[in-house]
Design a protein around this ligand. Structure first.
Ligand SMILES: [Fe+2]
Ligand SMILES: [Fe+2]
Length: 376
């Protein structure tokens, strides 16, 4: 009896999962296929979307591939990180004497000797892998079958990032998954719906371009990319309000803003970062303080900004919709170091403020002086 097993977070399931599973089924013609939705992937620090939702997406996308596919709740029942060797043990107990085939991506194949209890995996299963485009494959000394076909290199992480950054679904998703994501407004689609309804088109475009810039910088400096995109998408959520509305919002919600009276008198639009912070926290229920602080301090900056705060501060001034010359200066500086990027971004802001004979908030002046001290 041949049993094919395939596991993943399916957060979300995509065409890469579909094509490799289809190829494995048609090559092996297994008697049973067990799909394991990960309760919590051992390789990820953050909790993924709820198990039931990810399993449902996998079911909707993959069940038509083959008969005898079982969407197994084994990992959910364990309520903990489950390692592959444990899953193989479970399947062997379920079907005594069966031959287990373990389906993985080629990128996993290279890492497998380092998996927990890998000796057990190699002794008790045959590894089945699809060659993915762009992944270099090293010959291994355990039993494996390489599937013929051209398996696209798609990552669920990049799909989530793309949706969160620009509110559009990439074409690496299957139609059933697209429908589910749109119906349940997952991966930040809810934020984009709100922003599209509340911001002017130009501002909404700005937000998406800041997200793009922040993800680029995040990659360069090793930040959490989903946090970069999330903070960028939210950073100007209060920007649609008029000066009067911003002041009223701040009063009504009892926002604690330094120099509030002067800001109201000279530059009420500065309130938008505090209002955006409040919206992120209370309307979108964001709990990640790193993200919230990056939203809150994106306009005037503050001493000792975190990695994410610096990235958002710079990206806001380096996005493609900014004046080309300014954006280029800020971006070039940020490629040298984050400190140089923040300095350049603050300089552009101050130059603009002074050129337009506008009031400079004390927080901004203090921050500028602090940057000058650091730079010299
Ligand atoms: Fe802003
Ligand atoms: Fe902005």
């Amino acid at each position: 009896m041949k049993v094919l097993i395939y596991g993943g977070s399916f957060d979300p399931v995509h065409k890469g999962h579909y094509s490799i599973l289809k190829a494995a089924c048609s090559y092996l013609k297994p008697d049973k296929v067990h799909i394991f939705t990960a309760y919590q992937s051992p390789f990820k620090n953050k909790s993924p979307r709820p198990f039931a939702l990810r399993k449902q997406m996998a079911q909707e996308a993959l069940s038509s591939i083959y008969s005898n596919i079982i969407f197994d709740d084994f990992e959910l029942e364990q309520k903990r990180v489950v390692y592959t060797y444990e899953t193989i043990k479970y399947v062997k107990k379920l079907y005594p004497g069966c031959q287990v085939y373990l389906l993985v991506g080629t990128d996993c194949l290279n890492d497998m000797p380092r998996w927990k209890n890998s000796e057990y995996i190699f002794q008790n299963s045959v590894i089945v892998a699809g060659i993915r485009k762009g992944v270099t494959f090293k010959t291994q000394d355990f039993k494996y079958i390489l599937l013929k076909g051209d398996f696209p290199l798609i990552s669920s992480t990049n799909i989530r990032l793309a949706i969160l950054s620009n509110g559009l679904l990439p074409n690496s998703l299957l139609p059933t998954t697209e429908e589910r994501i749109e119906k349940d407004l997952m991966y930040g689609l809810d934020l984009h719906k709100w922003l599209e309804a509340h911001l002017k088109p130009k501002r909404y475009l700005h937000v998406k371009l800041v997200a793009q810039a922040s993800v680029e910088l995040g990659r360069l400096y090793g930040a959490n990319l989903e946090d970069c995109a999330l903070a960028a998408v939210l950073h100007d959520s209060g920007k649609s309000m008029s000066n009067e509305e911003l002041i009223n919002y701040a009063i009504k919600n009892n926002l604690k803003v330094r120099d509030f009276k002067d800001i109201c008198k000279f530059s009420p639009s500065l309130l938008h970062s505090e209002v955006s912070y409040h919206i992120a926290k209370n309307v979108f229920k964001i709990k990640n303080t790193e993200v919230l602080n990056a939203v809150r301090h994106h306009t005037l900056g503050r001493k000792n900004m975190s990695l994410l705060e610096q990235i958002i501060f710079i990206s806001d001034m380096a996005s493609k919709d900014r004046k080309i010359k300014d954006a280029r200066i800020v971006k070039q500086a940020a490629l040298t170091s984050l400190q140089a990027g923040v300095f350049a971004a603050m300089k552009v802001k101050l130059e603009w403020t002074i050129a337009n004979s506008k009031w400079v908030a004390p927080t901004g002046i203090e921050f500028w002086n602090e940057l000058c001290l650091k730079n010299n």
